[in-house]
Design a protein around this ligand. Sequence first.
Ligand SMILES: [Ca+2]
Length: 341
Amino acid sequence: MAKVNLSVVVLGLTLLLLAETWAQNPRKRLAPPKPPKNQCCDEVRSLKVQVANLTSILDEMSRKQETDLMSVVRQIMELDKQNRQQEARVTEAESKYSEINNRVEIMQLQTLQSATQTSSDAIYDCSSLYSKNYKISGEYKLPKDEFLGTPELSVFCDMETNGGGWTLIQRRKVGLTSFNRDWKAYKNGFGSIRGDFWLGNDNIFRLTRQPSVLRVELEDWEGETRYAEYGFFTVSNELNSYKLFLANYSGNAGDSLRYHNNTNFSTMNKDNDKCVDDCASLRKGGYWYNCCTDSNLNGVFHRYGQHITKKPDGINWYGWHGSNYSLKKVEMKIRPVDFQP
Ligand SMILES: [Ca+2]
């Protein structure tokens, strides 16, 4: 009995002790350790300062962005304004240009009309005489024309052949005039307008400034005739050595001027040919020599009986009688392409 009682007392005491211990220190065991009071406040303060600084930086940046944005907008508006001003200036300039252009066109039209009037009134060649009802072949005097820059000039007009209106630039039929002449003679022309003559390279140049047709008429010693016509014929000025341009052959004599196309004029004292030889001296005339001839219309006049010659210096046309036959008669004549008989 005493043993049991002692054990119960020990257990009871132990329980009592445990209960007291729990009752005395319940918080001490559960709460975390508190930091020191001073350290906590420093950190908070530092963070607060940092936040304040960042906020102020952010504010400043946003203000700056706003200012920049405003500035960009202002610049865009300014550019837009300038653009509109420039557009207005361009429009104004364009309208002025078109106005000036209009005036120029009107002036050009007026000039053209007065030029047309002048040239239709002017007696420029045998075709203009023909249009004024001069329809008899013969010698005419073309008046000087300041506007066209043409001097007074005696011409022979063929008002019959193939509709008429032809101005002769060359004739061979009498045979007393030498055609073996120098540059100056061929430039100004020589001979007799009713007989054998060369109208002159300056005059041929002036007359062929309007698109012209060339007609070459040939007669042999048997009295037979042939012709060669070129729908396009023109001659350059003296600076360009009266270079020959022709095209559009038709006729029954053969195309014996084609070989001379695109060649300069040569005379006894001016070798402009395309040959090592001096063609003008060999063929004894002034002509558009190549190397040297397929025709020699300003060559030597060989009379009947001497007209078949071994020398190639006669008035020949290879396409008809070849190089050894000198023709009895030649006429070279021109008229404007647009001539209406
Ligand atoms: Ca030569």
